[in-house]
Design a protein around this ligand. Structure first.
Ligand code: RB5
Length: 144
């Protein structure tokens, strides 16, 4: 499984912690940024989202200040179900019930230890399918 990861300036430090720890044994591609200078988060959101939507990565992780802007932007890409999670239960449910394929984190919201727990939960939970798949099909049919 390949994970695409990206962040804006607010997420650089947390991305470094995640890639050196909870993601160290995973295959990942880092789509930037690595600089503290302000950048526009939709650029990284679309880079990661498009890679996942194209099937070139199986899951994505996006980090900004709150995780909110990244989720809004990434979810504009068809086929992307981005979820902002602030604790591990949300991450498990995002995968099990919502089949989220992009995890969004707020570096100004969660500490590094909690962020690692969230990522671990997200990566190690499978989609439960069944009735949850029917509900997601409704999104694809009726959303844009
Ligand atoms: C940058 O200051 C901040 O707006 C961005 O990281 C993010 O939180 C947006 O949702």
């Amino acid at each position: 499984m390949l994970i695409a990861i990206g962040c804006d300036h607010a997420g650089v430090a947390l991305k470094k912690v995640l890639t050196e720890n909870v993601l160290a044994e995973q295959s990942f591609v880092d789509l930037a940024t690595d600089a503290d200078t302000p950048v526009d988060y939709p650029r990284m959101a679309f880079a990661v989202a498009k890679k996942v939507a194209a099937g070139e990565a199986q899951l994505g992780i996006l980090i900004c200040g709150t995780g909110i802007g990244m989720a809004m932007a990434a979810s504009r890409v068809r086929g992307i179900r981005a979820a902002t999670c602030t604790e591990a239960y949300m991450a498990r449910m995002a995968r099990a019930h919502n089949n989220a394929n992009v995890l969004c984190l707020g570096a100004r919201v969660v500490g590094t230890g909690l962020a690692e727990d969230i990522v671990h939960a997200f990566l190690h939970t499978e989609f439960a399918r069944g009735r949850h798949a029917d509900r997601l099909a409704l999104m694809d049919e009726q959303g844009n």
